[in-house]
Design a protein around this ligand. Structure first.
Ligand SMILES: *[C@@H]1O[C@H](CO)[C@@H](O)[C@H](O)[C@H]1NC(C)=O
Ligand SMILES: *[C@@H]1O[C@H](CO)[C@@H](O)[C@H](O)[C@H]1NC(C)=O
Ligand SMILES: *[C@@H]1O[C@H](CO)[C@@H](O)[C@H](O)[C@H]1NC(C)=O
Ligand SMILES: *[C@@H]1O[C@H](CO)[C@@H](O)[C@H](O)[C@H]1NC(C)=O
Ligand SMILES: *[C@@H]1O[C@H](CO)[C@@H](O)[C@H](O)[C@H]1NC(C)=O
Ligand SMILES: *[C@@H]1O[C@H](CO)[C@@H](O)[C@H](O)[C@H]1NC(C)=O
Length: 327
């Protein structure tokens, strides 16, 4: 009886710990990429949870000097210039006005000890004082993070010098089985701009099959969650995004009401607080798992009749609250 009870609790805990993985989609980075000193798994890139270990995927980049034509953008992002030219209806060397949104097709694949989807580019440090954060946020427009760069390079952040060649793991992902079943074939890594809302992003790519529910699901977000400019978000698509089917309108001016879920990245939002709670919940659950496993196993091996750990009743409720957050 006690043994059954113990195995039930352990099974339940095991399921709870795996639950975020079972859900299958990716976690939105939610500004955590700004704190390079903090290791948070969501800042390392998207986990390999798709049916495929490699796939074609798309990134967005906004033209800027000196990356303002297909060739220079292709070199920066390790992509194919003629493919960029074809998709964006430009010529290889045609100069793009600054701030033009360019769609860049890349090969995305699983790599690393903790299995992350990434597309490797490489970057040579050009000026003294460049940091992983500057390369990730400024040069690569937040298509990667300082944490992911540190994890993919052997150099300490204090040891970066001019002419050092860095591996740049750009964030991309392959569709999960669930997304494939829903008709999505590609994931686009879109860089959120000030003023963008979920519906703005969905409208921009609706010609390629994007919709708000698909975006929310892909990033484990709900309609009331805040998103922040200069963070990447995944947009599931049914078709290749091209100049013909995408529709980038100037973002609407921010309304006076708090209805628009984009706020400046230096403000702290309710969304972050929610994540703090979830983090505390996960910590508590893991601690309890360890405590209860120890309690149960020592009881089971002793063939004693009861594995009730002190204070378990209260802990039980904490774990259930933790589960509810993910549903
Ligand atoms: C699977 O995809 C559908 C449609 O996008 C979504 O409504 C559903 O919540 C997804 N299921 C999971 C477990 O992510
Ligand atoms: C973050 O993780 C990396 C690799 O796992 C490690 O080298 C680094 O010291 C960690 N940084 C902090 C602040 O914990
Ligand atoms: C991506 O992969 C395809 C097929 O493996 C290959 O033909 C193509 O050249 C690759 N593109 C780049 C930019 O490496
Ligand atoms: C990241 O880069 C953008 C664009 O260059 C800039 O507006 C933003 O302030 C940068 N973020 C930080 C924290 O420096
Ligand atoms: C990308 O770089 C990582 C090292 O950070 C390496 O392990 C991985 O194999 C590379 N992926 C590809 C497709 O070259
Ligand atoms: C693509 O470029 C050609 C030539 O510049 C132009 O005639 C055509 O309208 C463009 N197509 C789109 C969808 O912008």
């Amino acid at each position: 009886m006690a043994a059954h009870w113990c195995s039930f609790v352990l099974l339940l805990l095991l399921l709870l710990v795996q639950f975020p993985e079972l859900q299958g989609q990716q976690s939105y980075v939610n500004k955590r990429q700004l704190n390079c000193q903090q290791n948070d798994t969501t800042t390392l890139g998207y986990v390999c949870n798709g049916a495929a270990t490699s796939c074609r995927s798309y990134l967005t980049f906004r033209s800027t000097l000196p990356y303002n034509n297909a060739i220079t953008i292709a070199n920066l992002l390790a992509a194919d210039a003629s493919e960029i030219a074809r998709i964006n209806n430009i010529t290889d060397v045609g100069v793009l006005p600054v701030d033009t949104l360019v769609v860049v097709p890349v090969n995305c694949s699983c790599s690393g000890a903790d299995s992350r989807y990434q597309h490797n580019a490489s970057y040579t440090i050009q000026t003294q004082g460049e940091t992983y954060f500057m390369v990730a946020n400024d040069t690569y427009q937040a298509l990667t993070s300082c944490q992911a760069m540190e994890a993919n390079n052997p150099y300490d952040f204090r040891g970066l010098v001019v002419n050092m060649r860095l591996n740049v793991p750009l964030w991309c992902a392959c569709p999960t089985a669930n997304q494939t079943a829903a008709g999505f074939r590609y994931l686009l890594t879109y860089l959120i701009r000030q003023g963008n809302s979920y519906s703005y992003i969905a409208d921009a790519f609706s010609g390629a099959g994007a919709d708000v529910p698909g975006i929310l699901n892909a990033n484990k977000l709900s309609e009331n969650d805040l998103i922040f400019f200069f963070t990447p978000i995944l947009v599931p698509l049914t078709e290749e995004p091209t100049k013909e089917n995408i529709n980038i309108l100037p973002p609407p001016p921010p309304p006076p009401s708090p209805a628009l879920p984009t706020i400046p990245s230096d403000q702290s939002g309710g969304s972050s607080r929610k994540w703090v709670f979830v983090g505390v919940g996960i910590g508590a659950a893991v601690l309890l798992l360890v405590l209860i496993s120890v309690a149960c196993f020592s009881q089971l091996t002793d063939m004693q009749s009861n594995c009730q750990a002190p204070g378990f009743g209260a802990g039980d409720r904490i774990i259930f609250r933790f589960q509810v957050k993910y549903i």
